[in-house]
Design a protein. Structure first.
Lengths: 97, 324, 324, 97, 324, 97
């Protein structure tokens, strides 16, 4: 097991493409997407609907250096579009050790 | 005529049922994917029928309708914006976002108008279907331009990239592609094949519309809670703007395009309706400073029900009066 | 007659297919949203047809059916509760929850009975559709009252708020709203409009029912694993209670309401069937102490298959015998 | 970044409305909802179905004081209806700092 | 004849529309559950019709088709494997996984071929539907055996359990169960009941196929990005293997089974098509070492579009030539 | 509240049945499943589709001893099929304390 940062991002579905482009640019190779989420925040209630204005939950496990780059990349996006980004610690179960 | 019996069209009754179900806080809910499926079906159905009709006529004769659609698509959002910025006096970014919704169109309202014409047994020209497809996108561009003007100076490189993408998105929007694509297929597919798929789109069309409107009634009703946030003046805009649009649409349909009562009604409905499916996500991306509570409540909670219940029969009476 | 050919109705065969698919552990799965969509369609279809039929008759003549439905809706859960508490001797909260399921109705079983009548070409009265809508809710209230009695003393303020909400929920339940709403629309909508939407509900109805029953067959089969938890006496209740319900329903339909064979069968099926869609979430909220493994396994895993495969033809024979 | 409590709640779909009412009452302004979850616990297996007896996953990021109030509000609900409530630590990426 | 008009079949045009929509990066998207619902509908529809046709003929006469299907199902994946291991020279596990896809069949391609025959008004035998159901599973078994041989020595106890499960899964696969089950129902259900559900499957069938192919066009187009990973030689395999399969299928249909032009085309299409729904998850479980980017890109991104656009009319011309 | 390990597993939908069998064998009684997830990792992009090749997110709260057994059981599965397994600390809100 190796210690990693666990980044949890909640953004709107429509921004997902942009955020993934940023992650690609940073070189993050792994992430998990939970689509069709809802929620409430400063910008009001959001739920999945035919308008496609629901949220998406993105979880990224990566090392600290990459985590810092992800965080910096997320700041302008969060400022512009809202959303939430939480960072916590976790242990990654490596299969070959 | 504007009579009670107009409101007894099943499609409108199902809209009312959905509205009511939500008002009494019923737990009735449509899976979101069902709504998406119903709207895909409706767009393909409109497209195929429109395409088949258009295949019968001289393409040159459609030029007038195309030009009119572009004129309305670019002109209406500017009128809406001026009203919002000058008269209602809301901030420019919200004004731009709302304007884009009113410049674009609502396929749901359009199909309800067709159901209305069916029920009063009035025929209509086939050109308005092309106009529906064409009018989806221009208002999104105008909204973007107005927002960029409002922001002026802040347009950095990133902003430009976003704008470029949004122009692309406006023209490759799912509804536009479905409508134009199905129209093309309706126009060029071989008749034997078409005759095999049409029953699907004929037999079910009005029934599917009812289910779609049932759900949209619930969605519209859900927006009532945000009326406070919208404020009285803006709520009035949600009624007045469709009336202005309808007036312009009636004039365009009757005088400019020389349509009959049916076609004129449809042009009026295109101009009077506000998008509540395709434009909201586009504006959320383009103008994140604008509040979805405002533009969605206006287009879906005020203008859509107004058009479906009051507007369509009203514009129809006007179209009949013009055609006297 | 109770013969093999009755079981060869496609709807019942699809139910059996789903049951079998799950038994052999096939990976066949329906997206849950598809099942929701199918059940929305079926409820609207039943409602529209029922409403159209009812529009043709004198409203006063329906009073008998309404009163009978209320009687069955309030009476059956009490009978079920007494059986469960006295004979089966399970705890009172589980008894109350299960009783609510058996007092309410299953629209899926009702429609299967209609498919059955269709296949044997026997007509039926239109009143049972109103009874279906009316009988959804009362049993939920009775379940709540019985549970509150069982809990007596623990009824604090919070408990009261929950009860108040549940009574609201019982009457604004999605299926009730869809059924009553579509019935009203079927009764008042203008005929031209109705004739445009009916093909959707006619052409597809029996086919959609087959898909719905295919999925319900899988759901029922999934419950078999919980048979151990339910225990033999309770499993017997899952067979005996529908027989008691059917007997009461047959008497009500034949003598009280004076229905023909078709209508009598439908009343029997209403009384014999147990809810497995609307009531489970209501009971989960109202009586969280009760075990879903019990009430769902009984209503969906025992009584539903029993009614579909054995019950309907059996009650039909009885209705024929009464009508001799 | 500021330290926050990350509360993760798994409850049945049908209780969501009640829990949100509690959160409103406490003054929690932000949460994320992942609908259509399944699971297993003391009350058996749950999965999304036409009966609407599936689970919902609720994630709340808030300060410790609010977290304590949420936890206290959840206890009677968990006792009555079951479910799970986990609390962990995380850092919230603030966009304007 | 291989002419442009063949490509103007609506089903194929919708496939092209989906392909194009994705190419221009439209945001058009189908909810995944809708696609699942459409494919459930199509399988049940094919099965019911096939079963009704089969009920009319002597079961013994179907033995030839059954044997041929088993022969193709076991033989084709071996041919594909040899080609991949010897000529294309990819590693044996990927070869086994890809071989399983090409040995199995694509119901979507099969139905498109039926739409094609409809459009050129050519009848077809009913046996190929049984062949479709039979040919789903054997190739999965062969893929498994080939992979176990490639791995030899690593087959520990766990491996054996997985193999046993996979053989079970191959024969209880959702599509197999739906197809065989509906076929049985079509064959044994009472005619009155069938006549009530058939309109659902007749009226909508070709329209539903169009929506399904619209989505599959998008899926196929999404795979283009992985062409680099696949490499030129393997891409050529994606075209050559269906041609080989078609040749074998044509021979089987024409000489071995003595089918007419329609039936021969369908057998050719079964042999030429590669599974892209049922086999991918099976191979992912059975041969996790194999890359989905390879097998999905080949079957869905190369062979499926090739068969739909070029293959079907080509094989049809060949079948006509044989029948001269 | 009692301290627990929070295990988060992302695997393919088709493996879920096998993993649950392992959990049953170990004696894990509680877990939450979020179906229809997507993501990217070493084995490329995955999303929900008609082929059923999407991901599933599994969350398990358990004590440390059980966590270790889950981790050991996951290693061969992760090696064979890929996926991710993260372990972090959390506090479990017990309702009756
Ligand atoms: N405190 C919070 N805890 C959990 N999720 C949150 C929180 N605040 C916001 N969110 C999520 O982030 C989305 C966007 O937040 P906002 O931009 O503040 O409206 C909301 O719809 C929620 O899903
Ligand atoms: N130990 C656990 N870890 C993760 N989720 C759990 C756990 N126990 C229960 N759950 C979730 O909480 C729901 C309700 O739990 P229960 O009330 O214990 O049946 C279950 O369906 C699971 O989704
Ligand atoms: N670093 C990561 N962070 C979060 N999720 C990941 C990560 N790596 C892989 N995943 C998830 O695990 C799935 C399988 O990973 P893999 O086997 O590496 O392709 C991916 O589709 C992702 O959903
Ligand atoms: Na407009
Ligand atoms: Na009953
Ligand atoms: Na093949």
């Amino acid at each position: 097991m190796k210690p990693v940062k666990r980044i949890e991002i909640v953004i709107e579905e429509i921004e997902l493409e942009n955020v993934i482009r940023e992650l690609d640019f940073i070189g993050v190779v792994g992430y998990t997407i939970v689509p069709r989420a809802g929620g409430r925040g400063e910008r009001g209630v959001r739920y999945e609907s035919v308008q496609g204005l629901g949220n998406v939950l993105l979880t990224i496990a990566c090392d600290e250096a990459q985590a810092n780059r992800v965080i910096e990349a997320m700041r302008p996006i969060l400022r512009r579009y809202g959303g939430v980004c939480l960072v916590s610690d976790a242990m990654w179960v490596i299969h070959d050790s | 005529m504007f009579s009670l019996s107009n409101m007894l069209i099943p499609a409108i009754l199902f809209f009312a049922l959905g509205f009511l179900a939500q008002l009494i806080r019923s737990d009735l809910k449509f899976p979101p994917d069902l709504t998406k499926a119903l709207s895909i079906y409706l767009l393909v159905g409109i497209g195929l029928h429109g395409g088949m009709e258009l295949a019968k006529i001289d393409p040159a004769s459609a030029i007038g309708a195309v030009v009119a659609a572009l004129g309305l698509g670019f002109g209406l959002p500017i009128i809406a914006y001026l009203l919002l910025a000058m008269v209602v006096r809301i901030d420019r970014l919200n004004a731009a976002a709302i304007a884009a919704h009113y410049g674009s169109v609502s396929a749901g309202t359009f199909v309800t108008a067709i159901a209305f014409l069916d029920s009063v047994k009035v025929a209509h020209e086939s050109y308005p279907v092309i106009m529906l497809a064409i009018m989806e996108s221009p208002a999104i561009i105008i909204g973007l331009v107005l927002a960029n003007m409002a922001r002026k100076g802040t347009g950095n490189g990133n902003e430009k990239r976003i704008s470029r993408e949004l122009v692309h998105d406006a023209f490759t929007n799912g509804s536009v592609v479905l409508l134009l694509g199905s129209m093309l297929i309706g126009a060029i597919a071989q008749p034997t094949g078409l005759s095999k798929i049409l029953p699907f789109y004929d037999t079910m069309f009005m029934g599917v519309l009812c289910l779609f409107l049932l759900d949209m009634g619930m969605e519209a009703s859900r927006r009532i809670g945000d009326f406070r946030k919208v404020g009285p003046l803006l709520l009035v805009f949600g009624i007045v703007m469709p009336l202005i649009g309808a007036a312009i649409g009636l004039a365009t349909g009757h005088w400019l395009l020389g349509f009959g009562v049916g076609g004129t009604l449809l042009v009026a409905v295109l101009a009077a309706s506000a998008s509540y499916i395709a434009v909201p996500p586009a504006m959320r991306l383009a103008i994140p400073e604008a509040s979805p509570a405002l533009f969605l409540t206006l287009s879906l909670g005020v203008t859509f029900p107004f058009n479906v219940i009051v507007g369509i029969p009203l514009y129809f009476s006007a179209a009949q009066w013009l055609a006297r």
